[in-house]
Design a protein around this ligand. Structure first.
Ligand SMILES: [Zn+2]
Length: 417
């Protein structure tokens, strides 16, 4: 592994050309491009391309993805339970194993510029720890090109089927990084027992939590208040994430106070850039200092036909569903998909701040970037150019959607055919 990498002639967030020196996995110096920079280590010629903080996919399900497999018609009944059962009925008979599917999807994500990933691994009475083990194996395979956190995720609830809490306990012992939860009122219909189990496991294993909360309106705000109560009581500020947090889109009078408490306890949010009542109030959240990241969620799986492994596409979707049209706002969507997600995973990073719209290039910032041939950040989001150079921990890990030892086949590589 190189200790030093000089990236010459690149434009951070579309600004003036600079030479960027990376050392020991962080930014060591940013200087006006000279045309002939010298440095002690390896060198990349940026050729005037745009450089941005690496993309971060902080909410996906590597165990259900069908990226790269033949497109499959949706056979699930509408609604959450219909989709859960559709997955349960079919996941074992997919054309490739969970490990192979998870690994392929990771490779596509990295080749497209995402180097930080948080994935949920379903733990339930049907699959036991099989899906977690598959995700652990996929993470191991691509350990040198991306950082992956895995959440033990009780997709079917904790209380409806026997033994799930014990399985979650075993998942955390087996290598899961965080404890998940899932709609404690709507699914288990017992939010106190559900959340006490989640936070009990978090305490026992000294890990953070990342709870799926689709519950809308007052019900969702009620569940949110129970989560906030536990984070506060257990001294878990900075260790909790809520995924989707649909209740914050409700426009109810309790929303601003809830946002204030999220900021106070450094509770992060992740979501999938959904439309129709799922779009989070991004600008309000940034103004309050709440960490927000975005992810692919399920991709072409037994739940959803959407997703293609390209987080720049998801940045476009995020801007689109929020109705963003100005450069300032599109760049904010891009900042959420890059630095915002990174700050959800690494609480040592500063949260997105509207007064610093172009983060990632201060001395000491992580050496996680991607280069792309685009006029501006907004045009990068609109065009999603294929030629990307991806840098992880200060070294180049992918050029033009070809990871070392893993060429992304066909249309998944965008730049290749
Ligand atoms: Zn999810």
């Amino acid at each position: 592994m190189v200790d030093s990498l000089l990236i010459a002639d690149v434009r951070p967030w579309g600004g003036p050309p600079v030479d960027l020196l990376l050392e020991n996995e962080t930014v060591a110096a940013v200087s006006v491009a000279t045309g002939s920079p010298t440095g002690p280590g390896e060198r990349v010629d940026g050729a005037g391309r745009l450089i941005l903080p690496a993309l971060s996919d902080v909410h996906l399900h590597l165990d259900s993805t069908r990226l790269g497999l033949p497109f499959r018609a949706q056979t699930g009944l509408p609604g959450r339970w219909g989709r859960i059962m559709n997955d349960r009925e079919h996941w074992r008979s997919a054309e490739r194993s969970v490990t192979e599917r998870a690994a392929f999807t990771l490779a596509v994500a990295v080749a497209n510029g995402a180097t930080r990933i948080r994935s949920h691994a379903q733990v339930d009475a049907d699959s036991g720890l099989a899906k977690l083990e598959a995700e652990l194996a996929a993470r191991e395979r691509y350990d040198d090109v991306c950082d992956v956190e895995i959440v033990a995720f009780p997709q079917v609830g904790l209380l409806l089927e026997p033994g799930v809490v014990d399985l979650m306990d075993a998942a955390l012992s087996a290598g899961a990084d965080l404890v998940g939860g899932m709609d404690p009122c709507e699914l288990d219909r017992d939010p106190v027992r559900h959340l006490d189990a989640v936070f009990g496991l978090a305490e026992k294993h000294r890990v953070g939590v990342d709870i799926h909360l689709h519950e809308a309106g007052e019900l969702g705000l009620f569940t949110l208040s129970l989560i906030i109560e536990r984070v506060r009581a257990l001294g878990m500020a900075g260790l909790a994430t809520i995924s989707h947090a649909r209740c914050l889109t409700s426009g109810l009078s309790g929303v601003p106070a809830a946002i204030e408490q999220l900021a106070e306890l450094d509770i992060a949010l992740t979501h999938a850039a959904g439309a129709q009542g799922w779009a989070l109030p991004l600008l309000d959240l940034a103004a309050a200092g709440v960490r927000v990241g975005v992810g692919m969620d399920g991709q072409r799986d037994y739940w959803s036909p959407y997703g293609n492994g390209d987080m720049l596409d998801r940045a476009w979707q995020l801007a689109f569903v929020n109705g963003f049209g100005s450069d300032e706002h599109v760049e904010h969507a891009l900042a959420v998909a890059t630095w915002g997600g990174a700050s959800v995973i690494d609480r040592g990073l500063r949260p997105l701040d509207r007064s610093e719209p172009h983060p990632g290039f201060a001395v000491g910032d992580p050496a996680e970037f991607f280069l792309v041939d685009a006029d501006s950040p907004t045009s990068a989001v609109m065009d999603r150019p294929a030629d990307r150079t991806v840098i992880h921990r200060g070294r180049v890990v992918s050029v033009d959607t070809a990871l070392d030892g893993f060429e992304i086949p066909g249309r998944w590589g965008r730049g290749r055919s």
